[in-house]
Design a protein. Sequence first.
Length: 72
Amino acid sequence: MIYKLYKTDPDKNEPNAAMTVGSDLQISFIFAPANTDYANFKKEVLEGAELQDVDGVVMSADAAKAFVSTLP
């Protein structure tokens, strides 16, 4: 799975949501601990799924894991 970060709040500097990209089924979700898509996103990124920043640049595996570790 490939994920891309995005911001839903223009007043905040950090991304607070993600979406799947490059698949037939596009899923968008906010970072909310009760959201199962969010939980799956964190699990998959920690297992090596590709993560793109808000500009679409692929993050290194270490950078992606570090980002996910800062999330609730």
